[in-house]
Design a protein around this ligand. Structure first.
Ligand code: BMA
Length: 896
């Protein structure tokens, strides 16, 4: 039977809806939220949370992100909020044999009542709760009440009890700069909602995901686990596991059908064995007929992202239920082979091909996820793809994201390195805690496992490192206990579940860890940051961060980064305009949650560039611009080093770097941070740099002692390709190069090859460049047949010493468009320069509402003319675009 036939059959059967499972949503704007002493009762929205409800009702008159409202509105988080609503139940629901309340996400500690009768309690934001409510419902009007307890008082209560009865579980303090709250580790809630070094503390309460009634007469399919098993590149088999929830406690019969698009792959009557609580797990080997040609799924940059609809249908005597998912055929492996004289490789293979992992770290896009739109998330993920990334690490201090997030990652070819939600803390391993975590991990792995984008699970963020490096003084005293607890949580509980629920998946206990070596060390290594094993988090906060020799010869860098300020425009949304004068004004610096962060930014600028004149909004804009240059150049130095370093480069076997995931992609609010995309979606200069740095084709000129070297890096599989190499030496003061070196070089797939090597002094002598600070080197590599081209530049002295850099007097000589309407409106911009321009930054005036991305930005301009594209989601009048476009270059910064 074809899927269409089945669907029309469904349509006919809809008349007899008694045989279908029914889902009734209780979401909506018809809820009320009431505080503890009942002095406030406001109309509330579900899904949502109390801060946004109070905003909508004008109880909170300002944006919580504005100014110091994280402090001013703290009373909200200390109160206890109750949500209630009335709803109708009709016969079709009440007559079902099983009627359940299913809460897909409650934040966090609550008691739930139907018609004033308590039906259950919750304490984990990441768990789906299901309660049998058949006997509590009546025909007609009913009430539901969800009564929350403040996350702050709850966490403190559990903390106090644990300290009294057992021992301290650190951290016991939070850094002053973080303006945060404590004991988030005692509650299964977004850890960063208690504040982070880039985020505010807003531990909200509310019904943050769908809340529904599910009613059925036999069973529903909750999740489908899928293993794709390669036979060869066009032929694959499936192992499918159905997770059903039934009303039965013994076995029952049903017909199971599995479809791939419109082809029925499997059909059989099955006797379902109920294990506990009505749940059934059914595993089926499902071969795929030779006539169906399968196209493999690849990450961005390695191939296409073919996705297949898979439908499972279960027909029992009473019900027909089905579930649809989309799957991709891919095999991912983490290769950890011995390297001489010491260490193990650490890289991914996709469908048998090695992959260099290029990407970033994802933090929650908002502390109130209900304020996010699908479009906003899509834009962020699209920005990941456009910047040539193939992997994103969902970091362990946030949340498990919505299904849509992973569906988009599947479509865009973005692999997800998924931490479980534990970060920068030790955790209490009471029975209650462990039981709750076990449910959380089981549900989340079952929900997400089938996505081809899920690459790997990691137990936590940095908790192994915290133990090894004695982050808190208590570790000196209670180290043994903490280590035992660590093993209980991440090895005995979580790892066992991952093995059970995703046997073909990859699990690391922590990030960073030493991978297999960690296991050999009994899961806890003394140096989880070892360059010779696993992944490394490496932060370098010294002012010479533009120098590549500062960076480690790691196998895989899963975190590294530098801070910068967001645009004046972003800051203007949360800071009074009169305070937009100095980067260190109280109003701005209070948003810096990283201890010493503003100093680090300052020194990074000061080491390399002249400081701007102080005072006024334009000078603030100059400082922000310099901070973004400093971030971009530091990231460039480190990332280019990691990409060059894919071959073993040192005598002790270090190197062979095969992954670079910088910290961090996005922001949770308007703040100075490591992000390459500001809160709101605007690309910082760093994101444009990342786009170049992560391109499959990259050329890197660099100096090794006083030797000029050029390395060509390719991450594609197109074979040997000859390329033209052009090295130009310019004087800062002229658009005419002093010297042009032309070579033809052979390039190879998946390699980093040195294509030029000469003493810098020789090159400069040949160019007649008498002093390094007068010159700059630009390198271009291209192959016209393939339409491949990339370029890069090398600074020869700190920019503050650069001599001859003049005001380039850039003019916009043409703006035209839009030329193409899907998916963006595309405009062409032609620039003209009179002199070499550095870090050319195109932006819009402060009052402009134009949003979008340029094809390039923050670049070195050494040609008279430059062609740029601008991509916008909305149509713009060309005149408006032209008049609101502003251009800044390094020479335009008013310096001291
Ligand atoms: C790490 C991360 C985050 C943090 C970042 C910047 O180590 O895991 O916890 O925000 O560094 O300090």
């Amino acid at each position: 039977m074809t899927i269409n036939l089945i669907l029309s059959l469904f349509a006919i059967i809809t008349f007899f809806d008694t045989i279908f499972a029914i889902t009734v949503s209780l979401n909506g704007n018809d809820w009320y939220a009431t505080n503890q002493n009942k002095s406030l009762r406001v109309v509330a929205k579900v899904p949502g949370s109390v801060y946004t409800d109070l905003m909508r009702n004008n109880v909170l008159k300002e944006d919580p992100y504005y100014g110091t409202n994280d402090f001013n509105y703290k009373w909200v988080a200390f109160d206890n909020w109750t949500y209630d609503k009335t709803f109708n139940v009709d016969e079709t629901i009440i007559n079902k044999k099983g009627v359940y309340l299913v809460c897909h996400g409650l934040d966090t500690v609550s008691k739930i009542y139907i018609n004033q009768v308590m039906i259950g309690t919750t304490d984990n934001m990441f768990v789906r709760y299901k309660f049998d409510i058949k006997r509590h419902l009546r025909l007609g009007q009913n009430t539901i009440t969800v009564s929350f307890e403040s996350a702050l008082t709850y966490a403190k209560r559990l903390h106090d009890q644990h300290v009294r009865d057992r021992y301290i579980v650190p951290p016991e303090t939070t850094p002053f700069a973080q303006r945060g709250d404590l004991h988030g580790n005692y509650i299964r809630k977004m850890q960063s909602s208690f504040s982070w070094d880039w985020g505010p503390s807003f531990p909200t309460q509310g019904i943050w995901k769908d809340i529904v009634i599910e009613a059925y007469d036999s069973a529903i399919i909750r999740d489908i686990k899928v293993d794709t098993i390669p036979i060869n590149s066009n032929r694959w088999h499936l192992n499918i596991t159905l997770h059903l929830e039934s009303i039965y406690n013994t076995s029952f019969d049903g017909l199971v059908q599995i479809f791939l698009y419109n082809t029925e792959l499997f059909r059989s009557r099955i006797s379902f064995v109920v294990v506990s609580d009505g749940s059934v797990t059914l595993s089926l080997p499902v071969p795929i007929n030779e006539s169906i040609v399968i196209h493999e799924w690849y990450p961005n940059g390695m191939g296409s992202q073919m996705l297949y609809n898979l439908r499972a249908i279960v027909t029992t005597n009473e019900d027909i239920v089905h579930k649809d998912i989309r799957i991709g055929f891919r095999k991912i492996e983490l290769i950890q082979d011995p390297i001489q004289p010491r260490g193990l490789t650490f890289y991914f293979k996709v469908n048998g091909k090695p992959m260099y992992a290029k990407g970033s770290n994802w933090i929650p896009a908002h502390v109130f996820p209900e304020l996010l739109t699908t479009e906003y998330i899509r834009n962020l993920l699209q920005s990941v793809r456009e910047a040539n990334m193939n992997m994103l690490r969902v970091w362990g201090g946030g949340i498990y994201e919505d299904n849509e997030f992973y569906q988009m990652a599947d479509e865009m070819g973005i692999f997800i390195w998924h931490d479980f939600m534990f970060a920068c803390a030790l955790y209490p391993v009471t029975n209650d805690f462990l039981n709750s975590v076990a449910i959380e991990i089981t549900q989340q792995v079952r929900r997400l496992q089938h996505h081809p984008s899920i690459a790997l699970w990691a137990g936590n963020n940095e908790n192994e490192a915290a133990l090894a490096q004695f982050w808190w003084p208590e570790i000196l005293v209670n180290g043994k206990i903490y280590k035992k607890d660590y093993l209980t949580l991440y090895v005995n509980v979580i790892r066992e579940i991952v093995i059970r629920e995703d046997n073909s998946g990859i699990y690391l206990t922590s990030s960073p860890s030493n991978g297999l070596e960690t296991i050999r060390n009994g899961w806890l290594s003394n140096s989880p940051q070892d360059n010779a094993f696993g992944d490394v988090h490496f932060y370098y906060y010294h002012s010479d961060a533009w120098d590549w020799t500062r960076y480690p010869n790691t196998r895989f860098s899963s975190e590294y980064g530098f801070q910068s300020f967001p645009s004046v425009k972003s800051l203007s949304k949360v800071v009074n305009i009169s305070d937009l004068r100095y980067p260190l004004s109280d109003a701005i610096s209070i948003r810096q949650h990283h201890t010493n962060g503003n100093n680090e930014i300052y020194y990074l600028i000061e080491k390399n560039m002249k400081l701007p004149v102080a005072g006024g909004i334009d000078r603030l804009a100059d400082y922000i611009y310099l901070s973004q240059i400093a971030q971009s150049m530091s990231l460039k130095a480190e990332t280019e080093f990691y990409r060059r370093n894919r071959n073993i480069s040192t005598f002790n076997g270090e190197g062979f770097t095969m992954g670079a995931l910088y910290w961090q992609l996005n922001d949770i609010w308007q703040t100075p941070s490591w992000s390459s995309i500001e809160f709101g979606g605007k690309w910082k200069m760093a994101h444009y740099f990342v786009k170049t740095m992560f391109d499959n084709l990259l050329v890197v000129p660099y100096e090794d002692k006083d030797v000029l070297k050029v390395t060509l890096i390719r991450d594609d599989y197109s074979g040997d390709i000859p390329m033209n190499l052009k090295i130009k030496v310019f004087k800062w003061s002229s658009l005419t190069p002093l010297l042009v070196i032309n070579n033809i070089v052979m390039s190879r797939s998946m390699s980093a090859l040195m294509i030029y090597e000469n003493k810098t002094s020789e090159v400069l002598r040949a160019a007649n460049c008498v002093d390094r600070n007068q010159c700059v080197i630009e390198v271009t590599v291209d192959n016209q047949q393939n339409n491949w081209q990339t370029n890069n530049f090398l600074l020869l002295s700190p920019l503050k010493d650069a001599f001859g850099l003049k005001d380039p007097k850039i003019r916009i000589i043409q703006v035209s468009g839009p030329h193409n309407y899907t998916p963006d409106y595309v405009y062409d911009i032609v620039l003209h320069t009179e002199n070499i321009a550095l870090f050319v930054w195109l932006d819009f005036t402060l009052d402009s509402d134009i949003l979008g991305e340029f094809s390039e930005n923050g670049f070195l301009l050494s040609n008279e003319k430059k062609f740029i594209r601008f991509y916008s989601k909305n149509p713009i009048e060309v005149d408006k675009l032209k008049s609101q476009l502003i251009i800044k270059t390094l020479a335009n910064v008013k310096t001291q």
